[in-house]
Design a protein around this ligand. Sequence first.
Ligand code: DON
Length: 565
Amino acid sequence: MKQQFSILAILISVLFTTACRQAPKLQPTGLVAEKAMVVSARVEASKIGSNILAKGGNAFDAMVATELALAVAYPFAGNIGGGGFMVYRKADGTTGAIDYREKAPLAAHADMYLDSLGNVIPNKSTTGATSVGVPGTIAGVFAVHKRFGKLPMTQLIAPAIALAKRGVVVTEKQEKRLKRYRNIIAKVSGDSTLLALSYKQGDTIKYHALASTLTKIQQNGRDAFYKGETAKQLAAFIQAKGGYITEEDLAKYEAKWRSPISFKYKGLKVVSMSPPSSGGITIQQIMGMIEPHNLANYGHNSVKTIQVIAEAERRAYADRNYFLGDPDFVEIPMQKLGNKAYLKERMASFSLDKATKSTDVGHGQIQISESNETTHYSIIDAAGNAVSATTTLNGGYGSKLYSEELGFFFNNEMDDFSSKPGVPNMFGLIGAEANSIAPEKRMLSSMTPTIVEKDGKLFMVVGSPGGSTIITSVLQTILNVYEFNLSMQEAVNAPRFHHQWLPDIVMFEKGGFPSETIQELKAKGYQTTTDRAPILGKVDAILVLPNGKLEGGADKRGDDAAIGF
Ligand code: DON
């Protein structure tokens, strides 16, 4: 009797697990909240954002508070010395986007990073004052608040100021990161600079100078950053270090409202960032190229699925690098790039038998290094407004140039321009004339803050850091849920791969893929690596479940956290 009972128990549990596998979307594995949620790179920032929502603030208010909280809690990428992009979808279904990307200073010119022989000068566009673009973050949050904010700005800035004064506890991952970057920060900014000191997990770092800069902004608004005393200090500091930013550059900076890229993929509508980010148009191209294939049948991370996606990525990145740049400076053939017939033609040379060669799609041979020094956060409020924002200093701690007086790091976003056509930037991206440097031009980005609708309703808010791997990380997260029925948290955690045309190589996260899969791809002519990227992307996302509740996907690769109610 006892034995019969245990056999029955086993049978029931097998049946139950099989049923779960068929309908995993009903089985969230991430944090589930009833009404509202913020997912970001640090629990302190998610909490601050979520508290603003709980106090009656909307998703836009929470965006302002979260963005500034990340500037304090996550100095690796959170910033007021950098810039970003935000895509929104309001509860009534209207969508839009804001570009608070950095721009080139007035003194910039196409050859500014080349020596007299026309060669790229090492480090000039990546390290120190020469690499800094005019910061956009403060302009961005003020523009968002002006248009959509509900609570007073002073209330939205206050929690970041309090956090900076109270201090932020160093996590294990942060200790490692600070150790890795200490020498270069010390070299650029001096060895007594706040983040060049030695910290251990559990230490509390207080950011008094940043608190004081944020307090000035709280008291006197946007102009307390872009004009007057702070602007003077900022410009003088950058110039004393050999950089180009002037008070005029700061005074002229404006965030810009943009129309996002919107397109259909099967039953989904995807809304993502438009140029000067390449994110939206490139994900549109990739999804357009893979749409005719039945990925769900091929299976998650199967050889065939990887082939279809990698080949689409190869072709889309070749277009990205050639055609895209700041739309205020270059003509981009947007209609053609997203056109289904054009995308079909691009994939005509694709075969499941054999890898296409990138040399047959474009030219060049390069090295790349991957990292995750940007940061993304996703927000949904109780009314159903959604915000998807990605913000960056570009490299980890940006240019490594830290102002002790102002309390923050400056970006090294100038490296996102193409210093010289055909020569790769730090992400191995090879640019062309469309992304050459010009005064006041915005450098091309890969940031892909994205919102997905299903059946006309809000479905997912998603985005990631990861330089050139952002687009493919966002892509795979959407497909993991929609094609392969993973829960939001599973979709975020699942191992990822990446192809970007050049170098002609499929990058896999180490340990995430069976060696047979990689062997089979090699046999078909793919070059592969598991060494270049310990991790690909660091996705923070929210899924609206069929019952209307929200599931958070906070990437296990970082200290990321979902907080909601
Ligand atoms: O805008 C861009 O595409 C880059 N500056 C993003 C940099 C990034 O994601 C850093 N992390 N790898």
